[in-house]
Design a protein around this ligand. Structure first.
Ligand code: NAP
Length: 341
């Protein structure tokens, strides 16, 4: 099997580190691995499959110098905005985890379980965008239901883990919990989040827009419509919670027709990379401690609306660093390899 030269931009970050683990687990066909980060991290060693690789500084010429063929980007939108086209011009396919290119009409936005056919559009710009973490797990659940019952509206409230804000977010929760036990929490100064996150819940992720929604909320609206290829009504409320890892979502789905719960459950059970965990009598339902470090999206608490036969409510949980970023990116890359082979 052909092997590829693979670069990871943001190799020292939360998503970058997870990419190494997922690539190793799936035995990705790698010829040479090129970890890239800022000058601050250049020179440190990263271990992959028992071998050490030096982190190189991200530069405009590194992709050509290293003959990179697949470049995973997860170092923030500004870095992708500046550097992704150097990778594409050097002949690599860019799989971008940031929000920078997602809504560009000529860049495919891909969740392989939902719209793998869009990958072929990579040739337009040499870039495939990975959707927002909250969007990925939601569309994996919406797609099989839409195929049967035709969704007309979605209302979602998210409960998003601190690691969604990267390593800085995780450190902030840990430090504040330590401050709490040292009776110093009242002195804490939030950096990553708008307010204290320890023992708190913050209904504010990313910046507020003119329509009073946040950018994170509008990402869920616009990206879901692009991936599912339909302008269904969607409203999102995105909330940061003091959970270390895995996002949870309470989703209300309106359908064109009355929904049959048994058929809906069956469709979700058959959906790729979705696990139905729904046995309230045994206290079994998805939770972050179950999904963390796994590659599946878990769904439970599936129930019909009390008043309307065409409305379903459910609860969906997934590891957003894996399913919402690294795993989705690697699944895209594997499909890209199959298409190009
Ligand atoms: P993070 O933990 O803060 O890591 C950021 C990475 O970017 C580090 O490797 C850092 O390297 C690198 N970086 C920063 N400035 C750089 C520069 N000037 N040149 C080269 N590299 C630079 O963040 P993260 O959570 O991994 O997120 C990275 C991206 O993925 C973001 O766009 C985020 O929105 C997206 N994303 C994150 C998640 C998630 O759950 N965390 C999910 C989906 C998408 P240094 O060590 O050198 O600073």
């Amino acid at each position: 099997m052909r092997k590829y030269n693979v670069a990871i931009v943001g190799a020292t970050g939360a998503v970058g580190e997870e990419l190494f683990r997922v690539l190793e687990e799936v035995d990705f066909p790698i010829n040479n691995l090129v970890p890239l980060a800022s000058s601050k991290s250049a020179g440190i060693d990263i271990e992959f499959k028992g071998k050490n690789y030096k982190v190189l500084e991200l530069t405009e010429t590194v992709f050509e110098e290293q003959d990179v063929e697949i470049a995973f980007f997860s170092a923030g939108g500004d870095i992708s905005a500046h550097f992704a086209h150097f990778a594409a011009e050097a002949g690599a396919v860019v799989i971008d985890n940031t929000s920078h290119f997602r809504m560009d009409a000529d860049v495919p936005l891909v969740v392989p379980e939902c719209n793998p056919e869009a990958i072929s559009e990579w040739k337009n710009r040499g870039i495939i965008a990975n959707p927002n973490c909250s969007t990925i797990q939601m569309v994996q659940v919406l797609k099989p239901l839409d195929d049967i019952f035709n969704i007309t509206r979605v209302d979602v409230a998210t409960y998003q883990a601190v690691s969604g804000a990267g390593k800085g977010g995780m450190e902030e929760l840990v430090n504040q919990m330590q401050d709490f036990f040292a009776f110093k929490l009242d002195q804490c100064e939030p950096k990553t989040f708008a307010h204290q996150i320890a023992l708190n819940v913050i209904p504010h992720i990313d910046v507020f827009l003119e329509n009073d929604y946040t950018k994170e909320e509008m990402k869920m609206v616009n990206e879901t419509q692009k991936i599912l290829g339909k302008n269904m009504e969607i409203s999102a409320t995105c909330v940061r919670v003091p959970v270390m890892r895995s996002h949870s979502e309470a989703i209300t789905i309106h359908f064109e027709k009355d929904v049959n719960v048994e058929r809906a459950v069956e469709a979700l059970k058959n959906a790729e990379n979705v696990v139905v965990l729904d046995n309230p009598a045994k206290k079994e339902y998805p939770m972050p401690i179950i999904s963390t470090d796994t590659n599946e999206t878990y769904v439970g608490r599936i129930r019909k609306d009390i008043n309307r036969d065409n409305v379903l409510h459910l609860w969906c949980v997934a590891d957003q660093i894996r399913v919402g970023a690294a795993t989705n990116a690697v699944r895209i890359a594997l499909k890209w390899i199959n298409q190009e082979a």
